[in-house]
Design a protein around this ligand. Structure first.
Ligand code: FES
Ligand code: MG
Length: 570
């Protein structure tokens, strides 16, 4: 078998000597004689606490690679801690993807095991792997165990939003709120709700890029290390078989991921990530595909924020394969996995062990679990909403706009007793798209005005060009495209305009005649808050980022460059 890494290591010339000599340092001489070089792209970092255990996972991957005859090579890559970095981890998803892609291509490796967990890490790793197209397999780092506070389970994110609203509503004391802080994160692992990290770990499996049956294994569970070991072995086999991301990530596998996204009630952020990954492969996946494929799929998983349970419960109840077995007829049977076998082949032995957590097809949580894509004169290129996390009575709604020109404007005025807002209002926040903020932060689920909370209101329609955390809930219209800062009509909305939301009809519009809307000037106040960086990554990002409806990748990163390197280094 000839290997990509032979181009570095084989032969007797000076360059091969140098490539080998510097790598020796105790590795066996046989390392350079036809053994697959497998990188372990590791997003472990103390500043990405959800991923800090991945170095332990990497040790198991390493053992598996050695056992199968490969050479493991740990490659630390850019990592993003969702809760820590400002203004938003999304600002660097594409940077993480770009830097990982470049390092995979530049180095003498034949295949890669991708270790991710926290929200942006698996998307960036998959984007990188898709663009370099070397044999690649993901080990999702897994969710944390369920924390409890005063006997009640706490869901990461979701319960922080809920408890902080209770404090604002005056039904929970500040002291009790702070007491819950040390209970919310019980163990290593990523958020245990069906947020973005859980969603992307499961979707990586639905896409075929994970050893089937292993996504969603809790981070402290010893079965995760077993899966990591087996994945190390698998990576060596994948190199021998020449099985690349372009073989696994096909239109059929994105179809299956969209079915899975609906059935698990996954994060809206997954839409942006799936579109971006597909863009790296030249697959023409659109927002409309997300709606068309996902909207008929029943919601089967009863997890926060749409339901009651947490990721540990999903794993105990049978995991993703048990969910997918219920919707087998909706899956594309042609999609293969990293093992070379079709995903659907793994469903035969899957079983639901707790029908409260994973519902059967006959008794779904909701008949339709998909993410809805809205269009209209307020979102000409689309917007999304997760009906499962919204209030049913607001899914068809007409209300007057209360407009905020920036997140700072929102914070300054939201609790003003004089704010002209009521339960029927539609809160509009602009300037939060990829270019405007920059990075499209998770601010769209604006906290409700105090006076509404005190009056017992727990949800109003909100519309924004940003994202919301996958752990959040509410009737929130997100990812409005084009964003205000890219000339979208969101910049034209004024206080008091009538906004119409019709989720069953897939419409989001502003009730103003077209000519009147066209004659309006975009808000200068909003424009003053848009990002205008003069250097560095932010400059590159703002100049080149695409809108949410195509995945918010950088324009020059869409597509693939493959694994070829044409020039020598010495
Ligand atoms: Fe890392 Fe939620 S903050 S997964
Ligand atoms: Mg998030």
């Amino acid at each position: 078998m000839s290997l990509r890494s032979d181009a570095w290591y084989s032969g007797d010339d000076r360059n091969a000597y140098m490539h080998r000599a510097w790598m020796r340092r105790g590795v066996p001489g046989s390392a350079f004689e036809g053994r697959p070089q497998i990188a372990i792209a590791n997003t472990a970092s103390d500043l990405t606490p959800c991923n800090s255990h991945l170095t332990e996972v990497a040790a198991s991957v390493r053992n598996g690679i050695y056992e199968a005859g490969g050479i493991p090579l740990e490659l630390p890559v850019v990592s993003l801690g969702e809760t820590q970095v400002r203004p938003t981890a999304m600002l660097w998803r594409n940077m993480a993807a770009m830097s990982t892609e470049e390092m995979l291509r530049a180095n003498p490796i034949d295949g890669v095991v991708l270790l991710g967990g926290c929200d942006k890490t698996i998307p960036s790793l998959l984007m990188a792997a898709a663009s370099v197209d070397l044999p690649a397999v993901v080990v999702p780092g897994g969710p944390m165990l369920t924390g409890t506070f005063r006997g009640t389970p706490l869901g990461c994110g979701t319960d922080v939003w809920r408890l902080s609203e209770e404090v604002r509503a005056g039904t929970l004391s500040q002291e009790d709120f702070l007491r819950s802080e040390s209970a919310t994160i019980r163990s290593k692992g990523h958020c245990n709700t069906m947020g973005t990290a859980s969603t992307m770990g499961l979707l990586a499996e639905a896409l075929g890029t994970v050893l089937p049956g292993t996504a969603g294994t809790p981070a402290p569970d010893s079965r995760l290390l077993e899966a990591a070991h087996d994945t190390g072995r698998l990576a060596v086999e994948m190199v021998a078989a020449g099985r690349r991301p372009s073989d696994v990530l096909t239109r059929a596998s994105f179809h299956n991921a969209i079915v899975a996204l609906a059935a698990i009630g996954g994060s809206t952020n997954a839409v942006v990530h799936l579109l971006a990954i597909a863009g790296r492969l030249g697959i023409d996946l659109t927002l409309d595909d997300v709606d068309r494929i996902g909207s008929r799929v029943p919601l089967l998983v009863d997890l926060l924020p749409a339901g009651r349970f947490l990721m540990d419960d999903l794993h105990r109840a049978g995991g993703l394969l048990a969910v997918l077995r219920e919707v087998r007829d909706l899956l594309d049977p042609t999609a293969i996995t990293v093992t070379g076998k079709p995903l659907v082949e793994y469903l035969d032995s899957a079983q639901i062990w707790d029908p409260e957590v994973i519902r059967t097809r006959e008794a779904p949580l909701l008949p339709e679990g998909g993410i809805a894509v809205l269009r209209g004169n307020l979102a000409p290129r689309g917007a999304v909403i997760k009906p499962a996390a919204a209030s049913p009575h607001l899914l068809r709604h007409r209300g007057r706009a209360v407009v905020f020109d920036s997140i700072e404007d929102f914070h300054a005025r939201v609790d003003d007793p004089g704010l002209d807002v009521d339960a029927n209002s539609v809160m509009v926040l602009r300037g939060c798209g990829p270019k405007g903020y920059p990075g499209m932060p998770e601010v769209s689920n604006m906290p409700l005005p105090k006076k509404l909370l005190e009056a017992g209101v727990r949800d109003v329609v909100r519309v924004c060009d940003g994202r919301m955390s996958g752990t959040a809930y509410g009737t929130v219209v997100l990812h409005v495209a084009p964003e205000a800062a890219a000339g979208g009509p969101l910049a034209l909305v004024r206080d008091g305009d009538w906004i119409e939301l019709d989720v069953p009809g897939r419409r989001l519009s502003i009730d103003i005649p077209d000519d009147e809307l066209a004659a309006r000037e975009p808000s200068a106040v909003a424009a003053a808050s848009y990002a205008a960086p003069s250097r560095g990554w932010e400059k590159l990002y703002v100049d080149h980022v695409l809108q949410a409806d195509t995945g918010a990748d950088l324009d020059f990163l869409v597509g693939s460059s493959g694994d070829q390197v044409s020039r020598e280094s010495h």
